[in-house]
Design a protein around this ligand. Structure first.
Ligand SMILES: *Cc1c(COP(=O)(O)O)cnc(C)c1O
Length: 358
């Protein structure tokens, strides 16, 4: 399928933000977006890059009622000399298709998906900011658009990709965060949709997030839904603990999101000779490691921040300090290494970086 392009007339294009220190996250979007429509029997058709616009949906569009909605989050980076890079984009493409399958939504051809990303990023390359740590955030999304009530997989879908400049996550420095362990609420259950980037998962997570915020914490640490004991994720990131000489993260058993950053952290740490375990880690073990001082680092991983150190943890009515509330050595090294690979400032031994344009 050929991707058609309808250019936004120059006079209709938005002014680009001038102060890159005020970009923030998720507030500004570029002049074009990619759209493609699906009908049962016909498959995907009419791939198009067109001027950014509001969507028109029937009030009965099924995504609005039964939450058949999935998305992805990835970035394009401007390196030294102006080259444009993406970081492991095929992983996001494959993960979106895994989410699609679980939500009974149609898959998108991987090559067409990648072509759409590339064409959109190249068309919008002047929207990629220049400052250190800034990037173009890309949000592929799929929604059920069939106008009909009744719970069943829809017969019509819209796939779209929007993009917008985002600021450096650590504009104010690399500060450890405070996390709140909830035993009362769960993000996902065995057999559920925890491994998918599906909008419904995030709606279900908001309530505990608000409780954490009221208590003065940045994020929720989610435990497994069955025993309410084992560490799963933190907010919308994967969680790592360095206890003694072992770097521990939850195994991919279906209730956690298989983060691209998580996988990159595991591969890098292993290549540096760190013992990495994907295993269940009980809060009792975390508490013991805090008590006997063997906990050395704790951090969350995700595309937005790469890694985010955890300094304090609230559990069963008490607050605990981790590694004196300071950023760990491995956390720092992982951050620097991944950042430099993403921006083309360092060798890329794993072949993670893809050059989109010179
Ligand atoms: C997106 C996300 C992550 C991180 O995934 P990355 O691919 O590293 O960005 C982790 N957990 C949840 C729940 C997420 O939504």
């Amino acid at each position: 399928m050929e991707i058609k392009v309808i250019q936004n007339p120059l006079e209709k294009r938005k002014a680009k933000p001038t102060d890159e220190s005020k970009l923030g996250f998720g507030k500004i979007f570029s002049d074009h977006f990619f759209t493609m429509t699906y009908h049962t029997g016909q498959g995907w058709h009419d791939p198009l890059i067109e001027p950014y616009r509001p969507l028109q949906l029937d009030p009965t569009a099924m995504c609005l009622h039964y939450a058949q909605e999935i998305f992805e989050g990835m970035k394009a980076y401007r390196g030294k000399g102006g080259a444009i890079f993406m970081f492991r984009p095929m992983e996001n493409i494959r993960r979106m298709n895994v989410s699609a399958e679980r939500l009974c939504m149609p898959k998108v051809d991987e090559q067409l998906f990648f072509e759409a990303l590339k064409r959109l990023v190249i068309l919008e390359k002047d929207w990629i900011p220049h400052g250190a740590g800034t990037s173009l955030y890309i949000r592929p999304t799929m929604i059920a658009t069939e106008p009909a009530l009744g719970v069943h997989p829809a017969n019509e879908y819209l796939f779209f990709i929007i993009a917008g400049p985002v600021g450096a996550y650590y504009a104010e420095g690399f500060g450890p965060t405070r996390i709140f362990v909830t035993e009362e609420y769960c993000r996902s259950v065995p057999g559920g949709t925890g491994y998918c980037k599906a909008g419904g998962n995030y709606a279900a997570s908001l309530y505990a997030g608000e409780i954490a915020k009221k208590m003065g914490y940045t994020q929720v640490l989610w435990l497994d839904a069955v025993e309410r004991k084992y560490v799963e994720e933190v907010g919308t990131s994967n969680m790592f603990f360095m206890i003694g000489d072992e770097l521990i993260t939850a195994p991919l058993t279906g209730s956690i999101l298989p983060g691209v950053t998580r996988d990159s952290v595991i591969q890098l740490a292993k290549s540096w000779g760190v013992k990495v375990s994907e295993r269940r880690l009980g809060m009792d073990e975390v508490m013991e490691a805090i008590a006997n001082g063997t906990i050395r680092e704790a951090f969350a991983s995700g595309t937005a921040a790469i890694v985010s150190p955890v300094g304090q943890i609230y559990y069963q009515g008490k607050e605990y300090l981790i590694a004196d509330g300071k950023t760990g050595q491995l956390t720092n090294r992982l951050y620097e290494e991944i950042l430099q690979i993403q921006y083309g400032q360092k060798d890329d031994p794993f072949g993670w970086r893809i050059k989109i344009a010179d």
